[in-house]
Ligand binder design. Structure first.
Ligand SMILES: Cc1cc2nc3c(=O)[nH]c(=O)nc-3n(C[C@H](O)[C@H](O)[C@H](O)COP(=O)(O)O)c2cc1C
Length: 377
């Protein structure tokens, strides 16, 4: 089969092997997801931070705008514990930012988590106090996705349980997992996942690494694609730094069955990214992105700003994900309200200097025509 048709397009029921990356945090509006699906790709709703009811509403809004396939993306999460002292120390470090934004002093432990999609409890173990993220929201999200009859589901940060995968298979749901190194790809395939997204170190947003330390999952996409393709039987989708038809063609030459592009969609009118975030992306150079844990406790790539610079020295003392993410939520939200990009998380891949501010349909046409030039038989 020749470009653009291949086993990925057949499996997903799409015209072009191009997936719009799920981007949690309000970027993947129903308009964005539907525009990508209507243009022949696979739009994806980044639902990782959404409450079940909000997911339901977003799905309905997407369905009003397209009858093409689209995916819903979730963060696989398990209960996580953190020492209370670490949380209290982190809140002390965050205090100057809260003060600058006129935010109230948080409760020592459960600051800013009340309206989070995560649920937290405080428990006493071995006489030390722990903050526990229950991971309960994820299971409710899975239930909603199944109830809504969603038939393409993608995941990051881990693998759904065997029981969940069995249910997906029974209902004919196609599952897409994220791997940052070969072992993760093999485990995803052996667990029954249908498609693997190979997330290169160039990728914007959080690292999907779930086996080993995050530093072990920092392979360049050019290295990761051929290694994964050689080891796996299921289709491999390339993600990280792909910004136009040249990147799409290169990924295919390396053996990928498709691409997943995130940053390239951030500056479209359909994207829900804050206007200052869009402007920052359009003003950036390829020198602008860094990997950081300061916003969420999990390694992620974004535009360097004041918050990252000031806290990078202490980032190893901060709580892990999702607790640090919950602690910084009020700061990030208030910064967005006050148009202060220096305190917002501006996730972006290394290709961000190639961002364009054009509608999805136009951009996709341009990329796909360009890819076709390089992929002509
Ligand atoms: C703003 C932003 C948010 C992201 N959120 C998610 C997410 O919710 N789930 C997910 O699986 N990947 C997420 N990613 C990572 C993408 O799936 C993908 O790996 C990445 O966008 C590819 O690199 P690129 O941004 O250079 O195209 C996010 C990426 C960005 C830029």
């Amino acid at each position: 089969m020749s470009w653009p048709n291949n086993r990925l397009t057949q499996l997903l029921g799409i015209d072009y092997p191009l997936i719009q990356a799920p981007m949690a945090g309000g970027v993947t509006t129903p308009e964005l997801v539907a525009a990508v699906s209507n243009a022949g790709g696979l739009g994806s709703l980044g639902a990782g931070y959404m409450k079940p009811e909000a997911i339901r509403q977003a799905i309905a809004a997407i369905r009003q705008r397209t009858d093409r396939p689209f995916a819903v993306n979730l963060f696989v999460s398990e209960p996580v514990k953190e020492e209370a002292q670490r949380v209290i120390a982190a809140n002390r470090l965050l205090a100057p930012y809260r003060e600058a934004l006129n935010l109230p002093e948080p409760e020592p432990l459960l600051s800013a988590v009340a309206d989070d999609s995560e649920e937290f409890t405080v428990s006493l173990e071995d006489s030390s106090e722990m903050l526990v993220s229950t991971g309960a929201n994820y299971h409710e999200q899975v239930a909603v996705v199944l109830e809504e009859g969603i038939d393409r589901v993608s995941f990051t940060f881990g693998i759904p349980s065997d029981a969940e995968i069995a249910t997906f298979k029974q209902r004919g749901v196609i599952t897409i997992g994220t791997a940052t190194h070969v072992l993760e790809g093999i485990v995803l395939e052996e667990t029954g996942i249908d498609v693997v997204v190979a997330q290169g170190m160039e990728a914007g947003g959080h690292r999907g690494t779930f086996i080993g330390r995050p530093e072990q999952g920092l392979l360049s996409l050019m290295t990761l694609i051929p290694i994964l393709v050689d080891q796996l039987r299921i289709p491999v989708v390339a993600a990280g730094g792909i910004m136009d038809g040249r990147g799409i063609a290169a990924a295919h030459h390396l053996g990928a069955s498709g691409v997943q592009m995130g940053t390239a969609f951030l500056t479209t009118p359909e994207s829900g990214a804050h206007s200052m975030y869009k402007q920052a992306l359009l003003d950036t150079t390829e020198m602008s992105t860094v990997l950081t844990k300061v916003f969420s406790g999990k390694l992620a790539r974004g535009l360097q700003n004041r918050f990252i610079t000031e806290l990078s020295e202490v980032q190893d003392q901060l709580p892990g994900y999702p607790i640090q993410n919950a602690l910084t939520r009020d700061i990030r939200r208030a910064a967005a309200e006050h148009d202060m990009p220096e305190l917002m998380s501006l996730w972006a891949g290394t290709g961000c200097a190639l961002c364009q501010s054009r509608p999805v349909a136009e951009l996709m046409r341009q990329w796909l025509d360009q890819a076709a030039q390089y992929l002509k038989p």
